[in-house]
Design a protein around this ligand. Structure first.
Ligand SMILES: Cc1cc2nc3c(=O)[nH]c(=O)nc-3n(C[C@H](O)[C@H](O)[C@H](O)COP(=O)(O)O)c2cc1C
Length: 205
């Protein structure tokens, strides 16, 4: 049976734009993977701990030894390892991921455990699997706004792509909902565009 890990990152819960589009992605994935189990984690409601001194020391301990300081990390990594598909729904906060998603990344991207440091660079230790990233933003970052304002910086999508690739997850699909706070018409158009991209990647059955 397929297991889908669904991470929600918005502080706005189910009403969030990213959360709503992620539900559509999960519904579509469930059509393609009948009987899939959905494991849902709301990172905003239950944020992972921030890195502290104990964690920083523990990750440099002998490979294979799981210090108590790594218990949360270990649980989150095992949850990710068990997933056949990953769906991350997130707002853009200050051109990047919200702090709760960064906290999750810091728990799961771990030397000796999810990546190895080799002379050729970092290599991922997890098997590749499809991952979906749904990003909602108040403005535009993939290009200029419809009124011609220059695109905002985007540290979010390259960052998520880089950290997932670091641990071995390369099969990333990105759906963006841009300009969603600029009125209902703009939000509707953003959803329509994201649905077209979803249909292309995962046709309705
Ligand atoms: C702290 C904070 C920072 C934000 N930074 C950006 C930003 O850098 N660029 C942008 O386009 N929108 C930014 N926004 C707007 C959100 O991306 C926008 O409200 C989006 O709809 C939130 O997605 P959600 O509905 O899924 O939570 C920010 C919002 C907050 C609360």
């Amino acid at each position: 049976m397929t297991t889908i890990l669904h991470l929600r990152c918005s502080p706005r819960g189910a009403a969030a734009f990213s959360s709503r589009m992620a539900v559509e992605v999960i519904d579509r994935l469930s059509l393609h993977h009948r009987g899939a189990e959905i494991v849902f984690r709301d990172l905003s409601a239950n944020p992972p701990p921030l890195v502290d001194a104990g964690f920083s020391a523990a990750i440099l301990g002998p490979p294979g030894e799981v210090s108590p300081a790594l218990e949360v990390s270990e649980a989150l990594i095992e949850e990710l390892e068990a997933a056949d598909v990953l769906v991350i729904a997130t707002p853009m906060h200050n051109y990047c991921v919200p702090a709760v998603l960064k906290a999750w990344v810091d728990q799961i991207v771990r030397i000796h455990r999810t990546f190895a440091s080799t002379p050729g660079g970092k290599t991922g230790k997890l098997r590749d699997r499809p991952a979906w990233l749904v990003v909602a933003s108040g403005g535009w970052f993939s290009g200029p706004s419809p009124s011609g304002a220059p695109a905002q910086p985007d540290f979010l999508t390259p960052y998520v792509r880089a950290v997932l690739a670091t641990i071995g997850i390369h099969d990333l699909h990105i759906l963006t909902l841009e300009g969603v706070t600029r009125g209902a018409d703009v939000a509707d158009a953003a959803f329509t565009k994201a649905r077209v991209a979803l249909d292309r990647a995962l046709p309705p059955l």
